[in-house]
Ligand binder design. Sequence first.
Ligand code: HAS
Ligand code: CU
Length: 551
Amino acid sequence: MLITEPTYQVTKEEKRFIGLHLFFAILALSIGSLFGPLQAFQYSGLDLYPYIEPIFKSYYQGLTLHGVLNALVWTTFFITGFLTLTIIKGLKRPLVYPTLNKVGFWTMVVGLVTTAIPLLLDEATVLYTFYPPLQASSLFYVGLTLVVVGSWIEGYGFFFTYRAWRKENPGVRTPFVSFAALITMALWQGATLGVAVEILTMLLPWSLGWIDGVDPELARTYFWFTGHPLVYFWLLPAYLSWYGMLPKQAGGKLFSDSLARLAFWLFLLLSIPVGFHHQFTDPGIPQGWKYIHAALTYGVAFPSLLTLFTVVASLELAGRKRGGKGLFGWVRALPWGDPSVSAQLLAGILFIFGGIGGITNASYNVNLVVHNTAWIVGHFHLTVATAVTLSFMGISYWLVPYLTGNRLWKPKWAVAQGWIWFVGMIIFSNAMHVLGLLGAPRRTPLGSAPYVPEEWSGHLFRVSFGGAILLVGVILYVVIMVRTAWSKDKLGPDEQVEVPIAEALHDPQRTPAFLDRWRPWLIATVALILIGYGPQLLDMLLNIQLTSPGF
Ligand code: HAS
Ligand code: CU
């Protein structure tokens, strides 16, 4: 029984609401990205920080702004906006409580402003992981909490909307793009419990002077309870697009609806109990737990391997349909001239290397070589700064024209923008990986370090060079977005952009029912988290030592 309309026209007001998310996302990216090149240039001795010193006090303040604005704010605002669209467009109905979602969104904005004030005043120079005993102004923690709570509220809005849709459509498989959005939000809500507890029970009371010290080991454990699944909160919306939209944009179909859904469930199941792979060198966690988390990390790489298979198969179908022949002819036949498609393809290609690096990190003994080195910086620039960010840039090349009704400004430049990012990132991240293997530490202004050996210098230069190319890439992106959003060049009535929703090769109604049922997956997820974290967290709480003063 299917009661909803065959298509749903997203209203002007809904489009404006989604557009506001993108506005704040791109604003954060524009400011945050300015600090990246400052760091990259510093590596090869071109230190621009003294010139901006009246405003920004240190390399570390810049690094904090870069991490918080790019990794945390750009992503969260883009994602909540994009998921709002995929919920209503997929379920073909409006949000049940639009006011609730508005409250969530503005809570996020208030949180953003509250976080930005101490950041800009150099009172929260604690880097994006805000590890204690580094201490920030309490405003920073309050602001972050508000951003998270706001995003939870938007998520509740999605869940209520799904419940209403489910009542209207019993027995119907949830449309894939909405299904993927719901899992992404569920993952986020479970994951952020870690930082919520960390901030509310330790960091906030401590920054307010209510308690004298913190337990850094426990704080790190709470942090990585959130911090690892956080990377999949960033990644899954890109996967949503790769599975659910890119095949349509490329002229094909989703190769397997079942595999796509299975991958999303596996992310929900396996993303959280792996956080100790960020703490392999932490002395307070027994080896056994580290091994369990290492093994589960290999588990969570599996749905990405599934994704590699299914997305490439979908693209091959599309390429062959477009006349591509031979082993690789289909790759050339893909619509590389479409900036949205090419950006996402390039993002996917670099993610293969990001993934290989991730599996390397997860290997307990190899991690001891790369941990806390520039290698990790190389890894996360291939993942969050490329697989995710370049995909989001690609998505915005259709999304902003869709939301505004304006023509994309200079599509050829948009194609070039994706390539600029791709080339800049290859140079930058390769140099970072190599530097890491040579022992260069991360989070260090290497340009002024006294111990830099000669063999690093070429690679340090490549970091700066790649960083300069990336700066051009991000400026071009922002200019294209601004010129498109505030343009008078309206699309004609028969040129309107539609949300590209890919059909699956087989009718989703034939997808096994257990891949569209929440209860068993949620129960298994909670159980696995209890097994993976329960005993160790309990032990840490029983031996808690709130003794570290702020720094
Ligand atoms: Fe990671 C550290 C392990 C994925 C982000 N990671 C980080 C940090 C960040 C980060 C930010 O085990 C640093 C945190 C900090 O500041 O300390 N990571 C992994 C593993 C994976 C992984 C096993 N990471 C990500 C993703 C991220 C991300 C995704 C952001 C979005 N990572 C680690 C570990 C550490 C770590 C340790 C701690 C290191 C330390 O010591 O501190 C896996 O999920 C990766 C699986 C991926 C694959 C690739 C599949 C390929 C696909 C491409 C499809 C291709 C297409 C193109 C579509 C197996 C899906 C087709 C094109 C055509 C032309 C046809
Ligand atoms: Cu991780």
